[in-house]
Design a protein around this ligand. Structure first.
Ligand SMILES: [Cu+2]
Length: 654
């Protein structure tokens, strides 16, 4: 019977059948009626009032992180992380381009999947949010005072950095697990040699508790499966990390069929405290590597890149008691740990049932060495020994689970497009609500911590058709907000999200809002090219390089007229914003610059490079409407022929 359900599921997946995706008439009836006005009141945040939660959504293939308010669904900000962002010049200014350096060169894009907020004792502390770059494996740290990307570290020996970036309950570690296994070290071999030769690196990045700085402490070199998602243990399971696998078949072609053969794949249970102890005692093998570590400094307003040359690798069979496989049906995607740390929920995307493992039973089986075989020397536990229970036939295509902190779990079902609420102890389904359509992740603020804020659940849906006015063949993806305070979930709101929303992380506004930075103090500006007073402004020539030390304040640049620039020069505009007032950035754009603009925060210095190719008198201007005389905030640069002897000069108010 199970086999036939699995084959049906597989068929549905392969054929791309999306259930309940097309009946807009009945949907409209379902959404409205008596409750519609009540729902509107629950999401209404009156003009001038603030939302209760911040929600950070991954932008998927936009490479960015977007910030929304809940319950209003209003978008507050887009934070550039892995992609160049013309809106504020990130990845274009001289100060920020180093953030996008990698061992493959400058890579101004990535596919951002899973945000996770830092924790202390299993509670969200709002210091940082970590996100992963999936394509060119990277982990970034965004500071939650400035909402700016402060650090990006590349992950060597990894490919498709998908089971990332999740953190332990005191932010000791951020993990970066590979989805694709690859030869380690990379070599020129036949792809047919996959089985046994490819490795799956699971990287543990330590986090400095003062600065947030990351460092790859060790990489576990696991068998060549696909490591899809991960979650930390907490409470009694603190010290453990759990990763789902698929393709335990180690197929290298037509995975939709060939990686769906085994009835069960694994959740890899990693006792990271044991590995850490092994490493601290000198264990592991240092291996040559080449990866970029990019750090942004808020004092100098500058990012720097360091290329690292070594990484510590661990053979899991050398650390007894540290790594085990938990058999889990079937091609599991999400793995989610209950707030108390006891239940490890594996969602086999080709299984009709949800599998709930017991941490206590797992420890008992390990202590009694009740193993049921091994894979590449790693003990496999027996499914029956560790199973706490199953949620039977809860839906089709389970993906992800979050918790409300009141004993309930909320699981998304991609194929049957629904959110299902069930009781963690009794495994009984309590409620189900349709999603519009093809839901991926669900987020409850604090849902990946020991202390969720179980008021709202947000589903992130892959398909949006017929929910909004059409905008050509593509619609923005969609999030749906549910009130989860009652027995039944209540759909309150649809709102669009930018790019492809994967995971999201939510946090009460009262934790973040009071510490949000309002200006950069000018006296703390340590930028080497800053002009801290208008007296510091000047223009200097060094061969063909010209450095303009410029300042800006409402509503002029100092200087605003510059002569003596020549065709073939490389002109650096180093511009310091002298405002010391909240929310008064100025912009800067130069005609003909093969670049974006700059957006410079109060007290900050940023640099734009311009290589003039044509003689003439060329204007620049402020791009951010800053005052009644914003249009007057402009200037000119005279460009003379390459061989001219016009003297360098600059002026204001003459
Ligand atoms: Cu301005």
């Amino acid at each position: 019977m199970k086999r036939s359900i699995n084959s049906l599921l597989l068929l549905a997946l392969v054929a791309g059948i999306v259930a309940s995706c097309n009946n807009s008439e009945s949907n409209k009836k379902g959404d409205q009626g008596a409750l519609a006005s009540g729902a509107a009141e629950k999401v209404y945040v009156a003009p001038g009032e603030h939302d209760e939660f911040y929600a950070f959504f991954s932008g998927g293939y936009s490479g960015n992180l977007t910030v929304y308010g809940l319950p209003s669904g209003r978008m507050f900000k887009e934070i550039p992380v892995f992609s160049q962002f013309p809106t504020n010049g990130y990845g274009y200014s001289e100060e920020t381009t180093p953030m996008l350096n990698t061992s493959h060169g400058f890579v101004p894009w990535d596919d951002l999947h899973h945000p996770d907020i830092s924790q202390t004792n299993g509670k969200l502390d709002g210091r940082w949010i970590f996100v992963n770059g999936n394509n060119t494996p990277r982990i970034a740290r965004v500071d939650l005072e400035t909402f700016e990307t402060e650090e990006i570290i590349e992950i060597p020996n990894s490919a498709g950095n998908h089971s990332s970036s999740f953190i332990t309950e005191n932010t000791e570690y951020v993990v970066a697990g590979t989805r694709f296994s690859v030869p380690v070290p990379q070599e020129d071999i036949s792809i047919k040699e996959y089985k046994g030769k490819f490795k799956g690196a699971l990287s543990f990045l330590s986090v400095d508790q003062e600065t947030g700085r990351m460092n790859i402490k060790f990489q576990l070199m696991m068998p060549g499966f696909n490591y899809d998602l991960s979650h930390p243990g907490r409470g009694k399971s603190h010290g453990w990390f759990f990763f789902t696998t698929y393709n335990t078949e180690e197929a290298n072609s037509l995975l939709e069929v060939n990686a769906s053969q085994n009835d069960k794949d694994f959740i890899a249970a990693i006792n990271w405290k044991k590995v850490e102890e092994y490493v601290n005692n000198g264990g592991g093998t240092k291996m040559p590597a080449n990866y970029a570590h990019n750090v942004y400094d808020h004092g100098t307003h500058n990012a720097t890149t360091t290329m690292k040359k070594e990484v510590l690798t661990i053979d899991p069979t050398k650390v007894p008691g540290a790594v085990f496989f938990l058999p889990t049906p079937k091609s599991p995607h999400g793995v989610d740990v209950s707030p108390d740390g006891e239940y490890i929920i594996g969602n086999g995307k080709l299984s009709a049932d949800l599998t709930i493992h017991s941490f206590d039973k797992m420890i008992d089986a390990i202590d009694n060495e009740k193993f049921n075989g091994e894979a590449y020397g790693i003990p496999i536990l027996s499914f029956e020994d560790i199973l706490a229970g199953t949620v039977k036939q809860a839906g089709l295509g389970p993906l992800h689970t979050e918790f409300d902190g009141k004993g309930n779990a909320y699981t998304t079902f991609f194929i049957s497009s629904e959110l299902v609420k069930w009781n963690v102890e009794t495994r009984e389904v309590i409620d189900r609500q349709p999603n519009y359509y093809s839901v991926g992740h669900v987020m409850i603020p604090g849902g990946n911590s020991a202390h969720p804020f179980g008021k709202y659940a947000v589903s992130m849906n892959k398909i949006t058709k017929d929910r909004y006015l059409p905008t050509g063949p593509e619609l923005e993806h969609s999030a749906q907000l549910f009130d989860i305070t009652g027995d039944k979930m209540e759909l309150l709101l649809d709102f669009p999200t930018h790019g492809e929303p994967h995971y999201a992380a939510g946090i009460p506004a009262e934790i973040l809002a009071p510490k949000s930075k309002k200006i950069y103090k000018l006296e703390d500006n340590k930028h080497e090219y800053a002009a801290l007073t208008s007296g510091d402004t000047r223009v200097e020539r060094d061969g063909k390089e010209v450095h303009i030390y410029m300042s800006m304040i409402r509503s002029h640049f100092t200087p605003d007229n510059i002569e003596g620039i020549r065709v073939g020069d490389k002109v650096y505009f180093h511009i310091t914003n002298h405002e010391q007032d909240f929310d008064v950035p100025h912009g800067f754009a130069m005609i003909g610059a093969n670049n974006a603009e700059l957006l410079i925060m109060p007290g900050q210095t940023k640099t734009l490079v311009w290589e003039p190719k044509q003689i003439g008198v060329w204007p620049f201007y402020c791009t951010d409407f800053c005052s009644a005389l914003h249009q007057e905030m402009q200037g000119y640069i005279r460009v003379s022929p390459e061989n001219s002897n016009i003297e360098l000069s600059w002026s204001l108010g003459e």
